[in-house]
Design a protein around this ligand. Sequence first.
Ligand code: AMP
Ligand code: MG
Length: 335
Amino acid sequence: MTPASPEPTILTPTGDALDGAARALRAGRLVAFPTETVYGLGADATDDAAVVRIYALKRRPRFNPLIAHVADADAARSLVEVDARAASLMARFWPGPLTLVLPRRPECPVSLLAADGLPTLAVRQPAHPVALALLRAFGGPLVAPSANRSGRVSPTTAAHVAAEFGGTPLAILDGGPCAIGVESTVVDLSGPVATLLRPGAVTRDALVACIGRLDAPTATDRPRSPGQLESHYAPSLPVRLDATAARPGEALLAFGPVDTAGYSEVFWLSRDGHPGEAAARLFAGLRALDRDAFCAIAVSPIPETGLGEALNDRLRRAAADRERESPGVPAGGVI
Ligand code: AMP
Ligand code: MG
């Protein structure tokens, strides 16, 4: 399981590969693995040194806490206090693309570095069979932020992960392209009112139908996650949103029945205007068009309904002014 070359190694997730990956994780090494949202960079959540390795490899600001991935709801209950709202959401949406922020239990073994010393912890049971098989083989919680350098476009294939971490001897379990393609919905249940910290495939409407009320985070909430930073998911080229006509030298991320005349290249998020299809193709599209041959990436308008909220959230951050908030170089420093 120790790759001989200093390059990432893409592995077919056989039983042997999963056992090897679990052993590597127990030894404090990092293993990238697929989830139904995006590929994660996994580490033993209870191992301070392994958690530090994640922040270092991603160059992630340490005030951006990590999600503890668990094999089942009982494993989550051993880490955090699960109230009635959390229990309803877990019963309805787990395994799946929903992360819950809950109060840590006093005996919670997850490294305090994983949540920057916060009294809360984010937990999720992913639905991808390879992620679940790895969690079971490992037998404990895994932190697994997206397997990309901080601030950059998230990976939705094993090849994307390998491209991010060239020169690093990292094992990558290949589970094919991610079905959902945008990161999990994050709901903060640590206070009396549930707040939506990050939109995702579990939509606002579906959450409200389950727990009745969901607020936006208040302005005083500090940015506790990469998803809350203004500039994130950023390709190298500038991104122009709501484009309805081509400008010279632009490539287009196209959605729905739009006029593509004049663009140097077109990547279809969804010809039929289907938000789920567009989400699954979003990060691959940003990567595919992020080339010197173009001067910018234009994006067709996407309606804000349903999964459109998550798509537009990622696109706004991909388009945000990077001078004002340089990705990966946060005020809080990097470990
Ligand atoms: P990711 O890069 O996908 O692992 O993103 C982590 C996400 O989890 C961020 O968007 C945060 O909103 C959220 N998160 C993790 N831990 C906490 C926490 N203790 N409090 C609030 N948000 C958290
Ligand atoms: Mg990320």
